[in-house]
Each structure stands twice: as structure tokens, then as C-alpha cells.
Design a protein around this ligand. Structure first.
Ligand SMILES: [Zn+2]
Length: 143
């Protein structure tokens, strides 16, 4: 996946601001066909969302359906679509939980940023194939 540096910084700032709770947000951009005949997500905008999980926000997140729809509408008005999500893990590895795996939609990328001792220590991205597979992908930061 590719991500503009400024958007990458917004994710880091959001994650630190929301600690000790997990932050969450959506990624807007385009699905770009790559040389392997697969799609690569290119992120041009990030939309910080409210973590509406009722309890346990230290170890989980939930984005409301209405906020998802609002962001999707705004993305479309810019010529983009939602291509994934991001959230933080507080004092744990940047590896998807079972809930994360369930949340990931086909064709979407999921960025996880690990915050330990109020510092971002790792950022990973995970791609849900249309066929159902879920694997780690590289993050290419664009200037
Ligand atoms: Zn998670």
C-alpha cells in the first residue's frame, strides 16, 4: 500500500492523542492495479473517527455505521473510495486481533500502529484479499 507522508503523520498524531485508548479511522484513496494483476491501495486522505466501543477501548475499537457512511460519501465527492482503516494498539504488538481480522473488508488495507510508552514503535499494514486471505503488506510512504 502507498500512503502520503502527511497522512501517515496524522495517524501517528491521532494515536498519541487518544492513548490510553485505541484510536481508529478510515483510509480513502484508490485501488491501483499493480503488475501482478492485483490491486494495491493508494491512500490520499485519512479520516480520524470516534472509537464508539462501549467498554474496553484500551484493547479494541469500533467505528459507527453512520460515521462510516459519512466518510464514504465525502471520499466519493473527492473521487476516492474507502480502501481501508487504521487503529492503534496500546502496549501490544502491531498484529491483528481476532476482532481486527473480522473487521477487515475484502480489498481493504488495515494499518495498525503500536504505541508503547507514548511512542509509536511499529506500524504494519494488512491486506484482505477478495478471495478471503489476509496478509501483511508493505507500506510505502510517498512524499
Ligand atoms: Zn487491533
Amino acid at each position: 500500500m502507498q500512503l502520503l507522508r502527511r497522512q501517515f503523520e496524522i495517524i501517528q498524531e491521532h494515536a498519541l492523542r487518544d492513548t490510553p485508548y485505541e484510536c481508529c479511522g478510515l483510509l480513502a484513496g484508490i485501488k491501483h492495479p499493480n503488475h501482478k494483476g492485483e490491486y494495491e491501495n493508494v491512500v490520499y486522505e485519512v479520516a480520524p473517527c470516534v472509537n464508539v466501543l462501549y467498554s474496553g477501548k484500551e484493547h479494541g475499537f469500533e467505528i459507527s455505521f453512520s460515521e462510516y457512511i459519512d466518510v464514504e460519501r465525502e471520499a466519493k465527492s473527492l473521487g476516492y473510495e474507502i480502501v481501508g482503516s487504521y487503529h492503534s494498539h496500546i502496549d501490544s504488538e502491531a498484529i491483528p486481533s481476532n476482532n481486527d481480522i473480522g473487521f477487515a473488508r475484502p480489498g481493504h488495507s488495515m494499518i495498525i500502529i503500536s504505541i508503547q510508552n507514548m511512542q509509536p514503535t511499529a506500524v504494519t499494514s494488512w491486506y484482505r484479499r477478495e478471495s478471503g486471505g489476509f496478509h501483511q503488506e508493505t507500506i510505502q510512504v510517498m512524499e
